[in-house]
Write a protein that binds this ligand. Structure first.
Ligand code: DLL
Length: 433
């Protein structure tokens, strides 16, 4: 029930650590004994499950990388017989084989529990009507948010991505209070509503749970100002479970990780050495009680820092800084380090631009070229050439100052930039193809 679920966010730290250790020891035994991949990895290090005596012994465990999941496709990391697996999801890889994730019935229960705790944290109750705009099918977004919302007690509308005009109508007709979707999709919804003459500020919509891709505070402000909703952060990844590994509370001090199920560490992305609290590095997660496909010290590639000081909301769960970038999406262009989030901030500082963009890097001889391609609203796109020219100049003119590189810019029509599972792929690096 909702209230008892939320209480788990407030466990005394000593009690929480006792629970974490008990679960860690259990999952390590399970992985070693039942997952051929981990048996091999432990044996290679001369490690036995009994060597994990304290929580800090976690550093003795081998890392697990995305490539391990690809190399052992599809079932090589599973630790239960196929007959106990009740669901499969898969990641949205654009090339090669996807990553397949397996769940037992118990795993699905934990997943819906942590997703529900995320929604309850944001203030959802059985008074709410929630529409799920994340894609269903193989992507974990739709099913994960769906089962979490039901567990939180809300009335759930399984809409999926697309059909935005119908969604606008349903928001008005059904009294929808809550939407779960990617930030890019929500921006698209705002544009469609505007085109249809619908003022979302006057609608029943109150909450948005946004995740699956990095988004900036500027983006959050734009979404809240344009619709009057409260934008909540929901973080997760398919390999670990799906949406609901962490969620934001009312104080906006960074999402709380549901540490009783997902154990976080921060390591130096280059060396793999553990970093102290407060320092930014790569997030590494261990599933403490995911039975079908336990993952030990999984390298997420997401960059963040952890804060263990008590949150004003009273929750004892550690907070992570919102994910704004990944260690694998940093570009080095003409020697300058560049993350897509910097480009997003640049674009959002210009009026009339919607943050659907892609960064295209090419190389002519020894010289790198950076182009920012941005979608503009149909109105702007159909507008006079001089207005478009003004926007283009605005982007190029600000680029040196804000991102350190002179960039070309081009404006494209709405929908021209590809999405996958509602997420926008922001970087096209043509230099190394
Ligand atoms: O995106 C699961 C999810 C669905 C999360 C719906 C939240 C909402 P994947 O497709 O495996 O799973 O992608 C995981 O997306 O490693 C991050 O880089 C990014 N990501 C997820 N949530 C957030 C967020 C789902 N709230 C990858 N903020 C992760 C920033 C996020 N990045």
């Amino acid at each position: 029930m909702p209230s008892s679920l939320s209480q788990k966010d407030f466990l005394d730290r000593t009690e929480l650590e006792r629970l974490q250790l008990e679960r860690l020891q259990r999952i390590v035994h399970h992985a070693y004994e039942h997952s051929p991949f981990y048996t091999k990895a432990f044996d290679a290090k001369g490690l036995k499950p009994e060597d994990i005596r304290t929580l800090s012994d976690i550093v003795k465990l081998p890392f697990t990388q995305k490539t391990d999941l690809r190399d052992n496709y599809p079932y090589g990391l599973n630790a239960v017989p196929r007959s106990e697996i009740v669901r499969l999801h898969a990641s949205s890889g654009t090339t090669g084989k996807p990553i397949v994730v397996s769940y037992t019935k118990g795993d699905l229960e934990i997943w819906s529990e942590t997703a529900a705790r995320c929604f309850l944290m944001g203030g959802i109750s059985n008074e709410d009507i929630a529409v799920i705009g994340y894609g269903y099918a193989l992507f974990t977004g739709g099913m994960g948010a769906h089962q979490g919302m039901e567990r939180a007690g809300a009335t759930v509308i399984p809409m999926g991505g697309g059909n935005t005009e119908k969604l606008c109508m349903m928001i008005q007709d059904l009294g929808i209070t809550t939407i779960c979707c990617t930030p890019s999709y929500f921006i698209h919804l705002m544009e469609v509503a505007e085109r249809l003459g619908i003022d979302l500020r006057k609608s029943t919509l109150k909450h948005g749970f946004f995740g699956a891709e990095p988004w900036t505070f500027e983006m959050r402000d734009r979404m809240e100002a344009g619709t009057g909703i409260r934008a909540h952060d929901i973080f997760g990844l398919s390999e670990i479970m799906g949406p609901g590994v962490a969620g934001g509370c009312g104080t906006r001090n960074g999402p709380h990780i549901f540490e009783d199920h997902y154990f976080p560490e921060i390591v130096d992305p280059e060396t793999g050495e553990p970093l102290p609290p407060g320092q930014e590095g790569e997030l590494v997660l261990t599933t403490l009680d995911k039975w079908a496909m336990p993952l030990l010290r999984y390298r997420t590639h997401d960059l963040t820092a952890l804060h263990y000081d008590k949150c004003p909301c009273g929750r004892t769960l550690v907070r992570m800084e919102p994910i704004r970038r990944r260690c694998d999406d940093m570009l080095i262009v003409r020697g300058v380090n560049l993350f897509p989030s910097q480009v997003e901030s640049l674009l959002l500082s210009i009026k009339g631009i919607v943050p659907h963009y892609e960064i295209v890097v090419t190389r002519e001889g020894a010289m790198d070229d950076l182009e920012i391609r941005v979608e503009v609203t149909p109105e702007v796109f159909g507008d006079q050439v001089s207005a478009l020219e003004l926007l283009r100049n605005g982007i190029s003119g600000k680029s040196k100052g804000m991102i350190g590189i002179n960039a070309k810019s081009s404006l494209v029509e709405p929908g021209a930039i590809a999405r996958c599972d509602g997420k926008t792929k922001h970087v096209i690096d043509k230099r190394f193809k």
